[in-house]
Design a protein around this ligand. Structure first.
Ligand SMILES: [Zn+2]
Length: 56
């Protein structure tokens, strides 16, 4: 019986994982972080646009 290869998840990164996403409005690279209170948007402006409050 062959030995099964065990996959060990190595965590060489700090626990503060970063999540990068594109702003749904302007496609700007945005970081999803607790500090970003406009997530998933890049800024308050894009958040307001998504809410339908701003039109061109
Ligand atoms: Zn944006």
């Amino acid at each position: 019986m062959p030995n099964q290869t065990k996959i060990i998840a190595t965590s060489d990164r700090p626990t503060s994982h970063r999540l990068i996403l594109n702003c749904p409005i302007c496609q700007k690279i945005t970081e999803w972080s607790p500090e970003n209170r406009f997530r998933p948007f890049c800024s308050e402006r894009c958040k307001l646009i998504d809410l339908g409050g701003v039109g061109q």
